[in-house]
Design a protein around this ligand. Structure first.
Ligand code: ADP
Length: 698
């Protein structure tokens, strides 16, 4: 279920596991829940500061210690060097000052002794100089004599030294004369020793101080900083997103004002809160994602199952199925160009139709399709689909039209040629999935209806025969009327011919009269012929045909056949035409049959009223655009309510000697023309009302 979903918590746990055993953490969490989180006691808190120091060997404490030591040592060394240098300078200055003092005091005294060559005195003076601090050697040398007197004394030999050679002068006979030289040598050994001692004291004391101060700094640093850093680190390491700990609290006396550690702790706590929030959001997102993924998986599975079901159905359906594909990229451009009548467009652009036809391919067919086409295998049927439409190319045109208008379904009967050379009747049903794209595949189902078509043709034939029989029976009923109708013009023809003969037999034949009478004869003969032609047409057994007709014309022709009948029965008949009504596509004779039938029925119903009282109205209407209607109303007794439902059933009759076929034939004819016929008692004349509607043919 969690496939593909990041598993952060588990990963976090895995990271913690080696360091922190689960039970410890649980107990820690238990404490945290009640008191807030406290870090475990550090070494320093358990009274073992040196372990802390030892633990800090690799930590910043040790680095701090080393840094402080190095820095302090360097500073101490520099300061000591400066101090020693200053002391050295001071000591050397002291020695020099001493030498200067010797130079100021002793030469005169020594000059006196030297002048008198007082060896003893000279030695005393030399030794007194030598006793002075740092003086290492003193000598007095007489100058200006061949064998000079030299008094010298030396304590010890060492380097380096400061020397001074001072002249010993004596005023002899009023002039100052150098009688000797006082040579003094001062050693720096003591200075150096002093300086060494001083350096040693400074270094030892400073070193010890530096070390102790550093240790103290380290201890203070550990107390104030590092142990808290360790506690923070432990807190972070043990932090579990599953069971978030309380806020991090440092175990120390709170400072007067929040210091840097407090800021760090506050920042950590804020960070933890934000992380918790982010984690919760992430978890919510994860859950949503997991649900989404699960839902997608379920959907995918459902889709796969549906696909499998579809494939199973496709291949095992007992009707032939083909999956077809075409290329209808062209349609949007045609729509944009304002093409509405695609059929007319195809007439003007046969190349477009060819292109569309050639683009259709059959991707897949089922076993029943292979069987239907008598193919060896499915491969024989897949590929270009042209073969499918050779017998009914107009069906393909209409299929294109339906797709052009965005219809997802198309259904039509058509003929297809099978691979073994037969032509069979099929019901072709095309189904297209929505949304209808340029390349959306079409599922084509073909049902072999050859048997049904044969039966239907037979039925149609039977119905035509029945209608014919009905007409013959009608004509039988009208025969007297028709004979009378024909007899009238024939009588007129005979009378006119007699008159012509009379006129021609006169000594002076009146040719203008003859011409007039001949024209009359001709008109009467034509009228008789006309009636015979119509009667023959009614009696004929021709196959139904469709012509564009005005319903009013058909009514006029029918009334002509009924003329004498109407007269005999003394009925009043109105024809209310609708001059604006569109034409209908119909079989003239069959429509005449309907109208004559309805009118004869009305006249039969009017019989009880007695001659001269019957009224019949035939009205043509346009009930809706594209529809033409006709109402036949009478003022007869109407139809009993219980008969209304079965009026159009075959063999239903209430009249003696009636066959009960007239209205059934009317319904068959009207429905074959795509119309409807109904009956009620809503006649404006007070009797029955029969209405039929037919689709306009233009
Ligand atoms: P038939 O005329 O042989 O009886 P039809 O099918 O023509 O057969 O008529 C069936 C029945 O419908 C008639 O018997 C009659 O009862 C009823 N019918 C037909 N037209 C009318 C009408 N105008 N008024 C009353 N009843 C009618």
């Amino acid at each position: 279920m969690n496939r593909g979903v990041p598993d952060l918590p588990r990963r976090a746990k895995a990271t913690f596991a080696p360091d922190t055993p689960e039970p410890d953490r649980a107990s820690a969490a238990g404490t945290e829940r009640t008191d807030g989180w406290l870090p475990p006691a550090s070494a320093s808190e358990t009274g073992e500061p040196w372990r802390t120091v030892a633990g800090m060997r690799r930590g910043i404490g040790m680095r701090l210690l080393i840094s402080v030591l190095i820095f302090s040592s360097v500073i101490t060394l520099i300061m000591t060097a400066v101090q020693l240098y200053l002391d050295y300078r001071y000591d050397v200055e002291l020695i020099e000052r001493r030498l200067n003092e010797i130079g100021e005091g002793y030469p005169d005294i020594i000059g006196e002794s030297l002048w008198h060559l007082d060896h003893e005195q000279l030695r005393i003076e030399v030794e007194s100089i030598l006793k002075l601090p740092d003086i290492q050697a003193v000598s007095v040398r007489e100058t200006g004599t061949v064998n000079p007197l030299v008094i010298a004394d030396r304590r010890r030999q060492s380097t380096p030294v400061l020397t001074r050679e001072l002249p010993i002068n004596r005023v002899v006979e009023g002039t100052v004369k150098q009688i000797g030289t006082l040579y003094i040598e001062a050693a720096l050994t003591d200075v150096y020793r002093r300086l060494m001692g001083e350096a040693l004291i400074i270094l030892v004391s400073q070193g010890a101080k530096t070390f102790l101060v550093s240790l103290f700094i380290l201890f203070v640093f550990s107390r104030l900083v590092t142990r808290h850093l360790t506690a923070i680190a432990q807190f972070m390491r043990r932090y579990d997103f599953h069971r978030p700990a309380g806020a991090l609290v440092l175990k120390r006396r709170p400072p007067a004002a929040p210091d840097e550690l407090d800021q760090v702790v506050m920042s950590f706590n804020d960070l933890c809160t934000s992380l918790q929030l982010a984690y919760r959001n992430l978890q919510a997102a994860n859950d949503a994602l997991a649900q989404d993924v699960a839902m997608r998986i379920r959907k995918e599975e459902a889709l796969r199952e549906a696909e499998q079901r579809y494939r199973h159905l496709f291949h095992n359906m007992p009707i032939a199925l083909m999956q077809m594909r075409g290329n209808f990229d062209l349609f949007p451009a045609l729509h944009d160009a304002g093409v509405i009548d695609l059929n007319a467009y195809f007439d003007a652009h046969p190349d477009v139709l060819r292109r569309l036809m050639s683009a259709i391919t059959i991707d897949e067919v089922n076993a029943r399709a292979v069987e239907l086409f008598h193919a060896r295998d499915a491969a024989q049927l897949t590929g270009p689909a042209g073969r499918l439409w050779t017998e009914s190319p107009s069906t393909l045109r209409r299929a294109f039209e339906s797709r052009y208008h965005g219809d997802t379904r198309f259904e039509e009967e058509m003929k297809v040629a099978t691979l073994d050379g037969r032509v069979i009747d099929v019901l072709c049903m095309l189904s297209r999935a929505r949304p209808l794209g340029f390349h959306t595949p079409t599922l084509c189902a073909l049902i072999d209806i050859s048997e049904r078509v044969r039966t239907r043709d037979k039925l149609q034939q039977l119905e035509t025969d029945l209608a014919h029989a009905g007409r013959i029976s009608l004509l039988g009923e009208l025969m007297a009327s028709i004979a009378h109708e024909i007899n009238q013009p024939l009588g007129a023809v005979a009378a006119s011919a007699q008159a012509v003969q009379n006129w021609l037999n006169r000594p002076e034949p009146r040719l203008d009269e003859v011409r007039e009478l001949t024209a009359l004869t001709l008109a009467s003969a034509r009228r008789a012929s006309d009636i015979i032609v119509r009667t023959r047409a009614m009696a004929g057994k021709g196959a139904p045909r469709r012509d564009l007709l005005y319903l009013d014309e058909v009514i006029d022709e029918s009334l002509m056949l009924l003329g004498h009948e109407i007269q005999t029965r003394g009925a009043e008949v109105w024809h209310r035409p609708a001059p604006r009504a569109p034409r209908i596509m119909a079989d003239r004779t069959q429509l005449q049959q309907v109208i004559v039938n309805l009118a004869v029925n009305a006249m039969q119903a009017l019989a009880p009223l007695g001659s001269g009282n019957g009224k019949i109205a035939l009205t043509v209407t346009v009930p809706a655009s594209g529809t033409v209607g006709c109402m036949v109303e009478d003022n007869g007794p109407g139809i009993p309510a219980e008969n209304l439902a079965q009026l159009f059933n075959r063999f239903f009759t209430t009249s003696e000697g009636g066959m009960g076929l007239g209205l059934a034939i009317c319904r068959t004819i009207i429905e074959a023309h795509g119309g409807r016929i109904t009956a009620d008692n809503e006649s404006t004349l007070g009797g029955a009302r029969f209405m039929f509607t037919l689709p306009a043919g233009e």
